[in-house]
Ligand binder design. Sequence first.
Ligand SMILES: C[S@@+](CC[C@H](N)C(=O)[O-])C[C@H]1O[C@@H](n2cnc3c(N)ncnc32)[C@H](O)[C@@H]1O
Length: 284
Amino acid sequence: MSNAEQGLGAENWAGDMGRNWLANLQRFESMIAPIGAALLTHAKFKPGERVIDIGCGGGGTTIAIGRAVSPGGHATGLDISPDLIWSCGARASQGTQSDVLFVCADAATATVTGAPFDRLFSRFGSMFFPDAKAGFRNLRRMVKDGGRIDLGVWAGPQENPWLQTMMGAVADYVTPPETPPDPHAPGPFAFADTAYLTEVLEQAGFGEIAIEPCLRDMPVGGAGATPREAAEFILSAMHLAGEVPEEKREDAIGKVADALAPHHVPGKGNLMPGKAWLVTAKAI
Ligand SMILES: C[S@@+](CC[C@H](N)C(=O)[O-])C[C@H]1O[C@@H](n2cnc3c(N)ncnc32)[C@H](O)[C@@H]1O
């Protein structure tokens, strides 16, 4: 199943998609927190490092990196969504954090003040460039020679049982696409194919590429969500397989909630395995 089959290929992150992520920030961030924690541990940030966080979303990882590189370091969060970047600034100031900065720009084309950085990081924010190869050549310009990058990207839908289960639950309510879509098209699963990801990285000027699997139980639909709450969120905010017609919405929510129920752990949420790739490379 490809990005486009799931209605995930043509996302408008600078507009509606960014606002949707912001409106559901706690659910989205808590759902991917276990993989994010593994990625941050793997990255081993050190005090004094200057880091750029690509596609920083609501800024949760940028703020964590800012703390990890303090004292003496700095984290810049870059995102294409003005709504998200505005919220990041407010969030950082609530924690009175001065070692972070947020910039609204397209990472595929922007020249960022402060570049080249020591390190580049991205949790699920690097798979959406319309031209991945050109976008990554621009990311290369943001990192100093010898600088390390750390990316978290989704493994394929077939390797993510949570997604298979959700797709199965809504299958009767959505219309599948007529033509087979491009598996490398921009979207969450654009780099599921690690050979393609390696090609994108190498042509951009990255070497010493290491890609390892990361399998974690994730609270599907957000930490602490009941099956019903998670199902409502999935149907309204995750656009798993295109739009479910309004008249079928209640039935579809029921089916998704039934599929989640066996995985529900009170207080924690609906825990199901998710698989990502943790990617490390060096700017050469
Ligand atoms: C799946 S969200 C991940 C957000 C954040 N990294 C996190 O883990 O919470 C993808 C993010 O990438 C951003 N994004 C997509 N395309 C981008 C681009 N060309 N330049 C900068 N940010 C982009 C989106 O606005 C969105 O915030």
